[in-house]
Design a protein around this ligand. Structure first.
Ligand code: 5IU
Length: 261
């Protein structure tokens, strides 16, 4: 048995939130810290990605509003696939409005996100009212959780240290719903907080619209994050299964090195 100081297994046991526990347990049992960002515009493509890569990931991140052909059936099928392959669904909604508005956006509208998505995320910009609104919409369900956006992966983003620290404080005050962060480095020492990091490719780089990429090794080993979020690094590949396997192996190897060093 390898040494597990601060490892996912231990953190699963000490975590109070059901979603955190479930996530760490999935990561440990499937040996993966890969979250697929399934940024595709067709429902068939989304479901095919989830079914093909499901065994390799701890979560599938969606942007449900970019589907050209959304229907409620798609999310029903996605939930079935998530149960089959044991991964969580994370709708990357990036809520940013007042509490009363996000309440309707989370539970209602065309997408009814709180019905099918285990995890969603929100900007901390509006202050803690946004968390109150989302929590109210979740109707007290223990199997729903939120990540706060503490940092973004993009060039020249406006989240400075003061913003980041205030975001961590907000998370601490709402541990019954906020389980962690979107960030580019570990921002909280609380072992119950999960750090999800987007902007990951096998080689560092950038895209034409401000996205910046770090490697799985840098994100997990050097920057102390927990989950790598990978979109085009996988979806643009001619062999998505092979590429997802490479990300999964790189992310897991970096984690094993971190907890055994
Ligand atoms: N995403 C970021 N950076 C952020 C946040 C979210 O890239 O700071 I908050 C999302 C956007 C996209 C995915 O859905 O993560 C990254 O996709 P690529 O791996 O294709 O760049």
């Amino acid at each position: 048995v390898r040494c597990d100081r601060g490892g996912y297994r231990k953190r699963a046991v000490l975590s109070k939130h059901l979603v955190t526990r479930k996530l760490f347990e999935i990561m440990e049992s499937k040996q993966t810290n890969l979250c697929l960002s399934a940024d595709v515009v067709s429902s068939a493509d989304l479901l095919d990605l989830a079914d093909t890569l499901g065994p390799l990931v701890c979560a599938v991140k969606t942007h449900i509003d970019i589907l050209d052909d959304f229907s409620p059936k798609v999310v029903d099928q996605l939930v079935e696939i998530a149960n089959k392959h044991n991964f969580l669904i994370f709708e990357d909604r990036k809520f940013a409005d007042i509490g009363n508005t996000v309440k309707s956006q989370y539970a209602g509208g065309a997408y009814k996100i709180s019905d099918w998505s285990d995890i969603t995320n929100a900007h901390s910009l509006p202050g803690s009212g946004i968390i109150e609104g989302l929590k109210a919409a979740s109707g007290g369900r223990k199997d729903r959780a939120c990540l706060l956006i503490a940092e973004m992966s993009t060039k020249n983003n406006l989240a400075n240290d003061v913003y980041k620290e205030a975001t961590v404080k907000m998370a601490e005050e709402h541990g019954d719903f906020v389980i962690g962060f979107i960030c580019t480095s570990k921002v909280s020492k609380n072992p119950q907080h999960v750090h999800f990091t987007p902007g990951v490719k096998l080689k560092p780089g950038k895209d034409a619209m401000g996205q910046q990429y770090l490697t799985p090794d840098e994100v997990i080993k050097n920057r102390g994050c927990d989950v790598i979020i990978v979109g085009r690094g996988i979806t643009d590949s001619a062999n998505r299964l092979q590429e997802a396997t490479a990300f999964r192996n790189a992310g897991w190897a970096a984690y094993v090195q971190r907890v055994s060093s």
